[in-house]
Design a protein around this ligand. Sequence first.
Ligand code: NAD
Ligand code: GLY
Length: 373
Amino acid sequence: MQMSDPQICHVDLGERSYDIIIGEGLLSRLGELIAPLMRGQRVAVVTDETVHGLYGAALAKSLSDYETHMIVRPAGESQKSMEGLESVLDSLFRAGFDRSDMILAFGGGVIGDLAGFAASIYKRGCPFIQIPTTLLAQVDSSVGGKTAINNAFGKNLVGSFYQPRMVIADTDVLSTLPLRQIKAGYAEIVKYGLLGDRAFFDLLDAGLGARVLDLDRAALREAVARSCETKARIVAADEREAGQRALLNLGHSFAHAFELEAGYDGDLLHGEAVSAGMEMAFEFSSARGICDEADTELVKAHLEKLGMPRAAHMAQYLKDTDRLMSHFLQDKKNEAGALTLILARAIGQAFVQKDVDPATLRNFLTEMKNRHV
Ligand code: NAD
Ligand code: GLY
């Protein structure tokens, strides 16, 4: 099949700048794509069993010019743990890796976060490349350098800002992803429209979104590239989240509270929680008179039309308002005990609202509970 040239999106971070390469058929070109970044001949590939089963052979063929060391972990969020991290580090030590070698994170956001964090601390930092294989990882987690594992106190609480040397997003690998995972990734795509790009939201709503969920190749490439461009621009302006990077968390405070209620065992995917969380952020903005009701209705209609998770689907997680409030009060974005939320003035106009009155949020959550439970 005829392949068009990949699209390249640049993340401009001075000496830590890198390219995101987006296109079809890139898995078979990995060896050639990473060659300019290689100092030695050895690569360690961190992946999970599912991705390894599907694409391990293709990857090995593509990397045949290198001495490749595979580190294959079970799939799932539980790998983002001290045990998962230690196991990856031990494998690197056993194989005698040094800082002239390259680590490849080959998988979804779990593998990207785990391998990225391991790379950031292995011998005080070893270069790594992201090869994201889920839609969520291609449009969000592989870009921007946030790496982390979870612990008993919560999600992503132990981690680092550590940029990859390159991101290679082969949209063809998305063909094996279950629709549920595609929808979870799509939530993060809509997010870019809702937070700052009304024209992109309109495109998605006019049919691009439906084509993404149908895995149309041109639509996937367009949506992944546009999402990465937005994320690259925001990260370049605010790498460490001192300001506008927080906008990328639109809907995430609600999402994290639902995820904590659900536990991290697969009942509720991050992107599913984000989809409903964005609806709630718009509802909350409208309830406070910040956002035109018509925009909130448009957001809801778009999510409904594409069969995306909605606030109504979160009924079981809305039951205990006190516990939900305690989750909100633990959010990393809060400062000096005051609540911070990402709200919206309109579609495409999100902003950071500090000092949200907890009583107002509590009333809103109670209203949502009365409406949906
Ligand atoms: P994941 O990595 O668990 O992948 C989801 C499932 O899909 C897994 O079972 C995996 O084995 C499977 N899979 C991966 N690629 C596949 C393919 N091509 N075909 C078939 N199956 C495939 O989940 P995810 O949604 O990619 O990532 C979620 C994680 O990302 C969370 O831990 C979240 O905290 C993190 N995250 C990080 C950032 C960041 O900026 N670092 C941003 C968003 C999310
Ligand atoms: N996913 C949020 C961020 O990268 O900042």
